[in-house]
Design a protein around this ligand. Structure first.
Ligand code: MLT
Ligand code: MN
Ligand code: ZN
Length: 300
């Protein structure tokens, strides 16, 4: 199974359009600091790719990765569908950018689908342009992406954290945010993709312990970072993102996993790791942890 990293930034990207913080300003001057919104693509069968989360950058991400280019027929695309881990804007605003599709398969939990339909009116808005075909992503049940015997994805509930636009929607608590446990049934190899870790429930811990590669939430370096940078009064944890370092940080937990590869993604522009020369990269490397980078290929 081949996985391609399409982007590695939290909502806003690096640089963020209205931000002149150190990381955003440096990213305007130095291309190596730039990061598109967090996303991966999974090759479910030869030449058929599923993009995990439809970010506002999805069209640029497709252009930047030749595996995802259309052809040889004029309107033939290797992008077979989109899988959603949650209904956050940074993971779903790319759906309207794909409206030129003849039809579009979207795999998501019922909760995420309802949030998009009721909170954003996504189905109504897109109906005149394309037809969205929803595939249910039940919790804890493997769903084959492209026929039995190939790649299957299993949703593992991470938290009930709702997007802010959905705070008042009359929708039950449910699988608002899931991790994906992606298994290649031919090789038995598996990957866990979890771009939003609001907690570390036991089911998630089991999936992470069973995976050969994990790509997880690296939004903030430490818990106080969002407050210190002045854009909010809330800590990282209160914003639904366990920090990397410090007490309860995810780095120590990742280091203890048996996975051969452990990577962080979804970096906020305040995270010191957006500086490619920051010491934190060496600290993490010493723990067997990498920061994911755009275009990176992971073969499992
Ligand atoms: C998050 O990851 O917490 C959300 O995407 C925040 C946002 O973009 O509004
Ligand atoms: Mn986000
Ligand atoms: Zn910034």
């Amino acid at each position: 199974m081949r996985v391609r990293v399409l982007g590695t930034a939290a909502g806003g990207g690096v640089p963020q359009w209205n931000c002149a913080c150190h990381g955003c300003a440096a990213a305007r001057a130095h291309p190596s600091w730039r990061r598109l919104h967090a996303s991966i693509a999974i090759e479910a069968s030869p030449g058929r790719w599923y993009v995990v989360n439809a970010t506002p950058d999805i069209a640029e991400q497709i252009e930047a990765n030749p595996d995802l280019h259309p052809g040889p027929e004029r309107r033939r695309t290797p992008v077979a569908g989109v899988v959603l881990t949650d209904a956050e804007l940074d993971h779903t605003l790319g759906l309207p950018r794909l409206r030129e599709a003849r039809d579009l398969r979207v795999v998501a939990t019922g909760t995420v689908r309802d949030a998009l339909a009721r909170g954003l009116r996504m189905d109504r808005v897109l109906a005149p342009y394309t037809s969205l075909t929803w595939s249910d992503l039940p919790e804890d049940e493997p769903v084959p992406l492209d026929g039995a015997g190939g790649v299957a994805i299993r949703a593992v509930r991470v938290s009930g954290k709702r997007p802010r636009y959905a705070a008042d929607l009359d929708l039950p608590d449910g699988a608002w945010s899931v991790a994906l446990h992606v298994t290649d049934r031919r090789s038995g190899a598996s990957l866990v993709y979890a771009p939003a870790l609001a907690g570390w429930p036991s089911g998630l811990g089991r999936a992470l312990s069973a995976a050969d590669c994990v790509i997880v939430d690296g939004t903030f370096w430490d818990d106080d970072e969002p407050r210190r940078s002045g854009f909010t009064d809330r800590t990282a944890t209160a914003m639904g993102h366990l920090p990397i370092s410090g007490p309860g940080g995810t780095a120590a937990r990742l280091a203890a996993l048996p996975a051969a590869r452990r990577l962080y993604t979804h970096l906020n522009n305040t995270n010191p790791l957006v500086d490619p020369g920051h010491d934190g990269h060496r600290t993490l490397a010493g723990m067997g942890i990498e920061v994911a980078s755009e275009g990176q290929v992971i073969d499992l």
